[in-house]
Ligand binder design. Structure first.
Ligand code: UDP
Length: 335
């Protein structure tokens, strides 16, 4: 019998590469499909790597014909909220049409299990917090809308074609592999923790805090930072659930603790021992003041237990990765 494989779409990206590593550690055979538009080939070392785009039906057909795919984990998407508003066509193509292409290839090849990377952005401005799965779905940007549409398509594809799916609505993915084997590398970088680390190490002159007049305890936005390895564990449990014949579902995924932007900056200062030059700027369009997950559903149903819920630990792993990257590129950083 041919060996079974897990297809990781977007496996050269930040979360997908950590997931591929975890799958390989646990004895799975991994096939990675990535178009390298934002991922890195050197991060896709934990499986058979195929460079290709979900808009290419020939590549999709080849992947499913040549490899015995048991299940798919789908990370590939465009993720910048601001860009999704200025260039919605890109988001409808990359996130919606391409997901549909993937699902139709799965149908053609009788693959019936998929884990989908969804987002807290499907909820829009929170009506209450922490946010559980009963919270109304009301995305306020194109990015969130594309993810919600795919969740709705998944429900139809289950009912009509028996494709089982788990949608995981990520809050703020952060951190890096604890031994710095992998980490976060976006270009351009827009996420808070890597930007604050850059400001601490002198790679950037400072960090601009987007708004200090929010209705929170220190006036800055509060977010739920979830360690990338804990995210990986949630995908692993979701995969086991589907492989064992479980039903489709969706889960919110955060570690349940909210931290303000100022607290993130203080954590970086304490972990690195460096000062972070800070500027206060205006609010960023579309940023809700507080986004914190109630993840009790996945904890209760799948036994998920986050290992790295302390912000300092998340920042510590991100910092180790940051230093390793700087050393490898021979960049002088101020440490
Ligand atoms: N943020 C900030 N300055 C930056 C980048 C982000 O103050 O240069 C804030 C942003 O307003 C939000 C939090 O940091 O409150 C996390 O933003 P990020 O872009 O990392 O993730 P998002 O919450 O948009 O998914």
């Amino acid at each position: 019998m041919k060996i079974k494989n897990i297809l990781v779409v977007g496996g050269a990206g930040y979360i997908g590469s950590h997931m591929s590593w975890m799958l390989r550690e646990r004895g799975e055979n991994v096939v990675i499909l990535d178009n390298l538009s934002s991922g890195h080939k050197d991060a896709a070392f934990c499986g058979t790597f195929i460079e290709g785009d979900l808009c290419n039906p020939t590549i999709l057909n080849t992947v499913f014909t040549d490899h015995n795919i048991e299940a798919v984990i789908h990370f590939a998407s465009s993720i910048q909220v601001g860009e999704s508003m200025s260039d919605p066509a890109k988001y409808y193509e990359n996130n919606l049409v391409n997901s549909l292409n993937l699902l139709n290839a799965m149908r053609s090849h009788n693959v019936s299990k998929i884990i989908f990377s969804s987002t807290a952005a499907i909820f829009g401005n929170p009506q209450y917090t922490p946010i559980n799965e009963s919270h109304p779905l009301n995305p306020i940007n194109t990015y969130g809308r594309t993810k919600l549409m795919v969740e709705q398509i998944l429900a139809d594809y289950d009912r009509a074609y028996g494709i089982k799916s788990i949608s995981l609505r990520y809050f703020n993915a952060a951190g890096a592999h604890p031994e710095s084997i992998l980490g976060e590398r976006h270009d351009p970088e827009t996420h808070l923790i890597p930007l604050v680390l850059d400001a601490a190490s002198g790679r950037r002159p400072d960090i601009t805090v987007f708004g200090k007049d929010y209705d929170t305890y220190d006036g800055t936005c509060i977010r739920d930072y979830i360690h990338v390895m804990d995210l990986g564990e949630a995908h692993w449990l979701s995969l086991q659930h589907l492989i064992n014949g479980g039903d489709s579902n969706s889960f919110n995924l955060g570690n349940g603790n909210g931290y303000s932007v100022n607290e993130v900056i203080r954590s970086v200062e304490s972990v690195t021992g460096l000062d972070v030059p800070v500027k206060y700027g205006s609010r960023r369009f579309g940023d809700p003041s507080v986004l914190v997950s109630d993840s009790s559903k996945i904890i209760d149903m799948l036994g998920w237990a986050p290992q790295y819920s302390s912000l300092d630990e998340i920042v510590k792993h991100a910092w180790q990765w940051h230093k390793r990257q700087a050393n490898e590129s021979n960049q002088k950083i101020d440490i």
